[in-house]
Write a protein that binds this ligand. Sequence first.
Ligand code: SF4
Ligand code: SF4
Length: 227
Amino acid sequence: MEPLLLTKREKRKLASQYADLCLTCGTCAGGCPVTGVDGLDVRKCVRLALLGMDQEVIDSKFPWVCTLCGRCEHACPMNIDLLALLRSARGKRAREQVPGVLHKGVEQCLKSGNNVGIPKEDFLFLLEDLGVELAEELPGFEVPVDKKGAKYLFTINSKEPFGEPEDMMFWWRILYAAKESWTTTSENWEGVNWGLFTGDDESMKEIVGRIVKNYKDLECEYLVLPE
Ligand code: SF4
Ligand code: SF4
């Protein structure tokens, strides 16, 4: 027969064994900007997890309003891995119950290579069009796409081509002025990984893997993420 303590630990999915060390001192909750949301605070989440009441945490709003800023974990005198607990709670919620558009964005990214489903031809047309516009100000400028051997590979936050395309020109101007060699890619260019925010490790890994593949295939030196 297994020791009682081990059996209890195995029942817990959220709390790591280190959570046993919690002193209930409240230092974590004291500096947290979302303490009190849904009647919870991070200390209570630790306690619920320790008691095996994972579902209470998973069903609550708390892990989703948590910004994952890490302030609680930084302040904890017992070095308890609070961020892992909170993100794990997100990951254990049924995907159709993930708040807002986050999971839809993950699915879209897996399908189309970006969170909002911009088709490849529209994306390339936009980059070319903006490049022509900027060339009026910066002679010879064009947006490099899939340029092998470029020093920097830039991923792109899809909200820019989707709603604020001129924002890309800010960093294009800097790269032009610095005479740097850079590129972006025609596929899998999304730089915002919502798998990270939704606790979806499998999707996060797939999305990261695609970016790394682009980086290796194009033999770039540095990878730049916008977020
Ligand atoms: S700061 Fe650490 S030890 Fe104190 S209540 Fe929070 S998790 Fe527990
Ligand atoms: S990581 Fe979340 S729980 Fe911790 S201090 Fe930041 S918002 Fe609060």
